[in-house]
Design a protein around this ligand. Sequence first.
Ligand code: ACO
Length: 432
Amino acid sequence: MSDKTYTLRDNSTGDELELQSKSGSIGPDVVDVRPVYAKQDIFTFDPGFSSTASCESAITYIDGDKGILLYRGYPVEQLADKSSYIEVCYLLLHGELPTAAQLEGFSHSIRTHTMINESMLRFFNGFHHDAHPMAMVGGVVSSMSAFYHDTLDINNPRHRQIFAHRIIAKMPTIAAAAYKHTLGQPFVYPDNDLDYSSNLMRMFFGVPAEDYRIDPVAAEAIDLLLILHADHEQNCSTSTVRLAGSSGTNPYSAVASGIAALWGPAHGGANEAVLRMLEEIGTVDNVDKYVNKAKDKNDPFRLMGFGHRVYKNHDPRATIIRKMCYRVLDNLGQQDNPLFDLALQLEQIALKDEYFVERQLYPNVDFYSGIIYKALGIPSSMFTVMFAVARAVGWVSHWQEMIEDPDSRIGRPRQLYMGSGPRDYQAITERS
Ligand code: ACO
């Protein structure tokens, strides 16, 4: 607790309630409003939770005004530059960077959990050939609780660890199976000699008839995107995982609910929507028209990949991804990539426009990621799946933190009821 107090005063009765604030290690204090309902019989009202801290967490810190993102205290720029996705997974799960031996042990465990049960693989045959990959991935992850019911005791730390390793290891395999199903190509089994991102690429793009050559720049770009999407504190999908998990449901079901939340275009679905938008805009000549559409209150169109609930300066992830775009396109000999040129132009115009400046709307993580994915041959329907693969570790880390928190309770918000008061049932013949 900090020593600051706030007074909530009911002006009609003069009743006062003293509320204590709590300090985090960095960042704004919070006012502990838990006594409000018990003592004053009122609720706080915060649709969209823009002023509400739902939990204590030690995993990720964001300063949206300064454009700072820290995983367990480490700036994301340093991790993007020096670390690997697997090391970042260890960091998020355990709170510290691993020693060489710890990293080897963790990496070995992830590599040896990559296969999925053959019965699970057969599920994919039941999906229509044009099913959206997110629908397949959500369904199959949910089904994992039907395969691993011997390790579903959420109060058993060893079970929790096995779950964490299984989800992280199998997400690329499930994603690749969904992709291969949409292509009608044979599934490519994981190769446990490869690192996480190279293995993912081989499962996506390899075919049994040929050897697959891994492009090191492409694998590095995938690894970077996985690092940058690995966690983002209490975002919509992570809060969904926490809320579902707070009931004590099994963790595979909680993660499946996170996948469902991620799919929406206001969240992880934005990367797919950005590419659709850039393709619709088509040429630089149309940029002004679409910027005007985005500003028009009567037009539902929004600049996808722009704006963020928390970042009001810049999204550090977007800056890093934009830099990687140049490297990937250069490596592929696509220096004149029309979609990238269009995105750069759109960013320049929007950043100078009063509407976007006033509302502090900047490119977010999804604005440039799709350009890399597309250049690497990943279709837009798979973009959000890639996000889900990366974010799995964030969901698992938050779920674990919640389960291990002795103060954790079932998540159960209240409401401001605006419906009818009590009334008597009328027989159908008496209704007008
Ligand atoms: N284009 C045009 N106007 C926008 C945009 C945009 N992309 N984003 C916000 N605005 C405007 C709103 O119309 C509103 O204007 P007003 O004050 O005149 O009414 C103002 O900016 C504030 O917007 P809100 O929707 O209230 O902001 P909120 O914090 O609720 O939403 C969100 C954030 C959902 C990310 C929003 O900016 C958006 O829809 N962006 C496009 C979708 C997107 O890129 N999502 C990915 C987010 S990152 C992630 O989840 C990984």
